[in-house]
Design a protein around this ligand. Structure first.
Ligand SMILES: NC(=O)c1ccc[n+]([C@@H]2O[C@H](COP(=O)([O-])OP(=O)(O)OC[C@H]3O[C@@H](n4cnc5c(N)ncnc54)[C@H](OP(=O)(O)O)[C@@H]3O)[C@@H](O)[C@H]2O)c1
Length: 320
């Protein structure tokens, strides 16, 4: 039997929409931002149908340039791709503005999913150009957050919910990112719309089993960021990943993607290298037993690879 490609697999969201299991991450290093355009074009041309971006990645305009050319070339239609963007905590009280800015950057009329990027509220600071400190200056990306102590993190989701219930045409679904279990519990108590997605760090060294069970129970689709352990792909050097790669005659990257996809978790590896972008499409039929081995390994060898300092303001964030 022919195996599908990762790009041919779709998961259903609680809105009924289909979300591709594999997408292209675009949180590129600053010096790589100009490469975003060719990466998006390479991804779409090789079959990717999900682009994961965010206002904070400072590359939405490059994603937009790629999409414009792809639409003009007839390579893809808007309705055939799934675009996710996110509201950064500096915009915690102006989610609607943030969405408009992202749409303008992306050059599209709607996105398929808007996520609250972090359950945090940051103060806005003045931009050196005298702009409002919002458009040009994605502050705190270095982790030195300027936390707004009065802000309630749930306020951002409540704004998204209000717009969603009013059938705002600028997005199709709403969700969250970096929400730990107790934050989701509060959200479900205080809000009517269950998030379609919670995007968090998930990989074999951070299996997030409890969060996973909770999300499954409540119909929230989990999405894994940093599937390779972020820059430098440290997880690909892990002895267990290498052993499994040998067993399946594939690369450790393939094992890491299969780990998520085989368990119903959307995943968005980042790459600006067309060869790697294409390589990440390869589907590996990881067995249930090997998925369990990886989950058990993660519980015993838990490690976060993304360590933004501001995450310390989220109680318990580091423990899971
Ligand atoms: N919601 C959030 O707070 C949050 C946080 C972090 C990330 N994210 C999202 O998740 C995406 C992915 O996470 P990430 O950016 O942290 O890192 P990642 O996907 O775990 O790893 C990226 C690294 O893997 C390399 N790579 C990719 N494919 C490869 C292959 N086949 N062989 C060898 N190396 C390969 C890339 O290098 P090359 O470019 O050279 O291929 C890059 O250095 C982000 O881009 C972003 O969209 C979201």
């Amino acid at each position: 039997m022919l195996h599908p490609k990762n790009t041919e697999i779709y998961f259903t969201l609680n809105t009924g929409a289909k979300m591709p299991a594999l997408g292209l991450g675009t949180a590129n290093e600053i010096e790589q931002i100009p490469e975003t355009k060719q990466a998006v074009k390479a991804a779409i041309k090789s079959g990717y149908r999900l682009i994961d971006t965010a206002w904070a990645y400072r590359c939405e305009d490059r994603v937009g340039e790629a999409l414009k050319e792809l639409f003009e070339e007839g390579a893809i239609k808007r309705e055939d791709i799934f675009i996710t963007t996110k509201v950064w905590p500096t915009h915690w009280d102006i989610a609607s503005d943030s969405i408009s800015r992202s749409l303008e950057n992306l050059g599209v009329e709607y996105v398929d999913l808007v996520l609250q990027h972090w359950p945090l509220c940051f103060n806005r600071v003045e931009d050196k150009d005298g702009v409002d400190g919002i458009a040009r200056n994605p502050t705190h990306l270095d982790g030195s957050a300027n936390i707004n102590e009065e802000g309630d993190y749930l306020s951002t989701y409540k704004q998204l919910e209000k717009m969603y219930l009013a059938k705002d045409p600028r997005f199709k679904a709403i969700g969250v990112s970096n929400y730990p279990l107790d934050y989701l519990q509060r959200l479900l108590k205080e809000c009517r719309v269950v998030p379609a997605v919670n995007q968090v760090e998930i990989h074999p060294q951070l299996p997030q089993m409890e969060l996973r069970d909770f999300c499954t129970e409540h119909g929230i689709r989990l999405e894994s960021y940093s599937p390779f352990g972020a820059t430098g792909s440290p997880l690909t050097k892990n002895a267990l990943m290498q052993k499994l790669a040998e067993k399946y005659s594939c690369t450790p990257n393939d094992i890491l993607l299969a780990y998520n996809i085989r368990q119903g978790v959307v995943t968005v590896p980042r790459s600006v290298n067309p060869k790697n972008i294409v390589a990440n499409i390869e589907f590996i039929s990881l067995t249930k037993e090997d998925s369990s081995v990886l989950n058990k390994y993660g519980l015993e060898n838990s490690q976060r690879f993304r360590n933004e300092k501001f995450a310390e303001s989220i109680p318990g964030f580091r423990e899971n």
